[in-house]
Design a protein around this ligand. Structure first.
Ligand SMILES: C[S@@+](CC[C@H](N)C(=O)[O-])C[C@H]1O[C@@H](n2cnc3c(N)ncnc32)[C@H](O)[C@@H]1O
Length: 254
């Protein structure tokens, strides 16, 4: 964990860690973004949701190594089901966005972009864009996890005009708050897309980990809702702060 990104000490008390439903303190009359983190199973939570039109879903579904009790085949099926459920929970004119890094297993490549697309197809949503996020410089040979991650955006009803395009290849992942985090450059690109091209002003991450996407959303003035199975991570997700993200990208991303 890079302590630079932890809210503890950055602005103590700004977000309450005492209870779910913590909110940023308001200043003057400017509406402040809120953050709520639920400690529960993200799949069960998603199954009860029909998210409002101004809520976007942005998440990284857990890798098989995070749910070892399932075994590989059951994890693959679970992953596709969870992607379908996540896409189905989103309003027709909102978006669902997935940040996923492939893995290699037994000499074979496990393409999580493909698995997300299987779930998306089942849910009846269409691909709006597919970005490649470089985890290492182009041309680098990596022997473990690949040198890039997928960033995929789907919607049932929204379409984008050619003039609404943005970079397909993000040259950097950006700093990471922990080993399984979504890189801050990717979080930043997602927030900028949501604000410029959608009516979504709340980000929902049903597998929120330490809350990187939630904190990035708040830094951009967007509200956030997270769900996390681990009680400790949920508690940390309520506290994480990324105060410089929206205004000082160059000092935070690398
Ligand atoms: C890839 S990590 C998410 C990282 C997060 N995007 C971040 O940047 O901090 C996936 C998270 O899903 C959590 N998880 C695993 N199974 C879950 C479930 N059924 N419901 C909710 N969270 C779950 C794991 O504890 C882990 O923190």
């Amino acid at each position: 964990m890079n302590r630079d990104f932890c809210g503890a000490g950055a602005s103590p008390g700004k977000l309450s860690s005492e209870h779910q439903g913590a909110e940023h303190a308001s200043s003057d009359d400017v509406p402040q973004p809120t953050r709520v983190v639920h400690h529960e199973d993200g799949v069960a939570w998603l199954g009860r949701q029909a998210l409002p039109a101004d809520h976007a879903l942005v998440t990284s579904l857990p890798d098989g190594s995070e749910v070892p009790h399932l075994g590989f085949d059951a994890w693959r099926a679970w992953f596709v089901d969870a992607a379908a459920l996540a896409c189905a929970a989103v309003d027709d004119h909102a978006v669902s966005i997935f940040f996923q890094t492939d893995v290699k297993r037994d000499g074979r490549w496990v393409d999580k972009g493909f698995l997300v697309q299987k779930g998306a197809e089942r849910a009846g949503v269409e691909l709006l864009w597919h970005k490649v996020v470089c985890r290492a410089e182009a041309g680098t040979t990596t022997f473990g996890r690949p040198a890039y991650a997928h960033l995929l955006c789907f919607s049932r009803g929204l379409k984008l005009a050619p003039a609404q395009a943005s970079a397909d290849v993000l040259p950097r992942l950006g700093a990471m708050t922990w080993a399984r985090a979504m890189g801050l450059a990717a979080c930043d690109a997602v927030c900028r897309f949501l604000m410029a091209h959608t009516a979504c002003r709340t980000v929902v991450d049903p597998f929120c980990g330490l809350g990187t996407m939630l904190a990035a959303a708040n830094a951009h003035g967007l509200s956030a809702v997270g769900v996390e199975l681990s009680r400790k991570r949920a508690a940390r997700a309520r506290r994480l702060e990324l105060p410089g993200l929206a205004g000082q990208r160059s000092t935070l991303t690398r």
